[in-house]
Design a protein around this ligand. Sequence first.
Ligand SMILES: NC(=O)c1ccc[n+]([C@@H]2O[C@H](COP(=O)([O-])OP(=O)(O)OC[C@H]3O[C@@H](n4cnc5c(N)ncnc54)[C@H](O)[C@@H]3O)[C@@H](O)[C@H]2O)c1
Length: 262
Amino acid sequence: MKIQDRTFIISGGASGLGKSSAIEIIKAGGYVSVLDLSDEEDGKQLEKELGPSAKFFHCNVTETESIAKAVQGTVDWVKQTGKPLGGVIPGAGIGLPAAILNCKGQALNMDDVDFVLSVNFRGVIDLVRQAAVHIAKVDPEGPDGERGVVILVSSSSAFDGQYGQVAYAATKGAVASMALPMSRDLAAWGIRVVAIAPSLFNTNLTAGMSDRVRKAIEDTFVFPNRAGNPPDFSILVKHIIENPMLNGAVIRLDGASRLSKL
Ligand SMILES: NC(=O)c1ccc[n+]([C@@H]2O[C@H](COP(=O)([O-])OP(=O)(O)OC[C@H]3O[C@@H](n4cnc5c(N)ncnc54)[C@H](O)[C@@H]3O)[C@@H](O)[C@H]2O)c1
């Protein structure tokens, strides 16, 4: 599918992998609707930084109404720009590391579990389902009749989760598991679904990691022997949008890294 003159909704687009995807899409002539927790002032600043092809909407993906407002805002913006929706990247995600039983023998806090689930799992499905209603109404494009692409953000912890990642790994495993059934559900509407499963990437999410943990994870990268940087992620986003044969897949983006137990 062509990126040029299409609009992509990106949750978590104010930072890290989401922001880099926004930059890549704009570079390719596309438009982005950034949904994030930032306040209006930071949102305006982000719009200034990304330029006129970007629009910010304050959104908390744990709240259905908040998503509905941001999606409607995007639909109204699209009417003004005349650049139809082309896809959604539900990238908003949080870490919240905690073991099922910590070193003091205390059990995992269920409020923490619910919180990770509400952002990384419920928030993903909720945004995709609300955006898909509108993507399904776009005029089909090209010989395949494509209308749009959903790019899910899983994690290598979906497959080899580390100590303290029970809840996070479970949400990312759920996201990986969604790719195929979601692609089957949306095929009739000309919408593809692909999940990316990155290993360690240098973003705000991982900035607080201790040097010891970072080094241990980086050592698991076979080649190149380093953590990923956001542009390594966003060039894959661009390719997924453009390659019609990518559908229902989970793509590991990890330099052949397999996370150790730590
Ligand atoms: N960085 C990594 O190593 C890595 C590895 C694998 C997967 N991921 C996944 O990539 C995605 C992006 O993470 P990142 O590394 O760019 O992190 P990041 O912290 O730089 O960006 C995440 C963004 O999501 C937003 N966000 C969080 N909760 C939200 C909510 N309730 N509603 C709306 N927005 C919300 C944050 O404000 C932030 O802007 C996440 O889903 C993360 O789990 C990251």
